[in-house]
Design a binder for this molecule. Structure first.
Ligand SMILES: [Zn+2]
Length: 233
């Protein structure tokens, strides 16, 4: 009888330990969800503009001029090989108070490559940005916004937070300027992360749209911050 009680106690203890271990493994195995926004925070109305795929010699310079004109800060998710070709533009982004994030070295089609290739492409972009700016980025945006646990885990292992968006201007689809404005006006709320691009192909509608998006949101009481500032509240 006594032996059975000891045995039962042992089984209980073992089960509790097994449950605890499973929970611990589960917690450490699950990467944090990607940040899409709107990001909840106290106080002011904040919004974060993000620009992907640069730097581009013509359009990034134009975008930086417009941001400087209105005195607002944004976040640039740059492609490493473009940063190698135009390092001065990346340095200008940081010098003017903007944030720079990792958007991989080559911008492969994320859904069509293995996680090992993606990791190496993230590392290559990080090395490029470190060489160009002396700083290591802390934010990662997967090319084409592909979001799954393996990608987020890779980013987390490298010390990144994965950042997506909640307002897609669809400038990448060469959306006419008027449509971009309407899209932003209808969908932006406090804490939104807005997706725009330095450049896609041919003539970009982004700078012309930006000239209207910034004053429109400022008139609605929004303050523009970088993604890290938005996350910090
Ligand atoms: Zn991209």
């Amino acid at each position: 009888m006594r032996r059975m009680r000891i045995c039962k106690r042992f089984i209980c203890l073992f089960s509790a330990l097994a449950l605890w271990a499973a929970a611990a493994v589960n917690v450490s195995a699950a990467p944090a969800p990607a940040v899409r926004g709107p990001v909840a925070h106290e106080g002011k109305k904040l919004v974060a503009l993000t620009f992907d795929d640069g730097p581009h010699p013509k359009y990034t310079a134009e975008i930086l001029d417009i941001l400087a004109e209105y005195g607002v800060h944004a976040t640039f998710f740059v492609i490493g090989k473009n940063a190698e070709e135009h390092p001065d533009l990346v340095r200008r982004e940081l010098a003017e108070g903007h944030e720079v994030g990792n958007h991989t070295e080559h911008h492969y089609h994320t859904g069509q490559i293995g996680i090992g290739t993606l990791r190496r492409d993230m590392e290559a972009c990080e090395a490029t940005l470190l060489a160009v700016t002396g700083q290591r980025p802390t934010l990662f945006r997967p090319p084409e916004g592909v979001d799954n646990a393996a990608i987020r885990q890779a980013a987390e292992d490298m010390g990144y937070r994965t950042i997506l968006w909640c307002v897609d201007t669809r400038d990448w689809a060469h959306n006419p300027v008027g449509n971009i404005i309407t899209n932003v006006e209808r969908n932006t709320v406090n804490g939104s992360i807005i997706l725009m691009h330095d450049f896609i192909a041919e003539k970009s509608p982004t700078p012309a749209a930006l000239r209207r998006v910034i004053p429109m949101l400022q008139a609605s009481g929004y303050e523009f911050v970088t993604v890290s500032q938005l996350l910090a509240g």
